[in-house]
Design a protein around this ligand. Structure first.
Ligand SMILES: [Zn+2]
Length: 165
């Protein structure tokens, strides 16, 4: 479970972000919090029509490892949306919806479902097409070991020739 304190949130944000985040939290701007393993995602109503999406990653001890928000805030530290989500998680843990993390979610799917899921994700994320070659190698029927992959061996040799010891 999360094991951070209000002091941790305060320490990670500017005093302005913290007080604005506290207002957001009290106004109920945090719409939906979902926890999958160490990953917490939430939507926060902001100045835009679309809510901002906040992603919090918890460390092994439950502390705040990483926090990210889709808003344009560029100053150092947590933005007000991240502060609002952290306060909500801290003070209203019962509003956090627990869902299986990605590995356990995927392990419950059939091959056909996985195929469909990847197709859907790739359709929404065109840049994923760049990974097709790597995916093809990984799912090739005859699984080449790292050692007999001529591709890897060649690039390693190149590197040694270019940078001799
Ligand atoms: Zn934000």
């Amino acid at each position: 479970m999360p094991s951070f304190t209000e002091a941790d949130i305060r320490a990670g944000a500017s005093s302005q972000s913290f007080s604005r985040g506290m207002e957001y939290y009290h106004d109920g701007a945090v719409l939906e919090i979902i926890r999958r393993g160490a990953m917490i995602t939430a939507e926060v109503e902001g100045s835009e029509y679309e809510p901002y999406e906040v992603t919090i990653t918890l460390g092994a001890s439950g502390g705040i490892d990483d926090a990210d928000c889709t808003c344009p805030y560029t100053y150092s530290g947590y933005c007000k949306h991240i502060v609002a989500v952290l306060l909500e998680v801290l003070n209203n843990a019962e509003t956090v919806e627990e869902k299986p993390d990605l590995p356990s979610l995927l392990s419950g799917l059939t091959e056909a479902q996985l195929r469909q899921l990847l197709t859907d994700v790739a359709a929404e994320n065109p840049h994923l097409n760049q990974h097709h070659r790597a995916l093809g190698h990984r799912t090739a029927p005859r699984r080449a070991s790292l050692h007999d992959s001529s591709h890897c061996a060649t690039s390693t040799d190149d590197r040694y020739q270019r940078y001799p010891a």
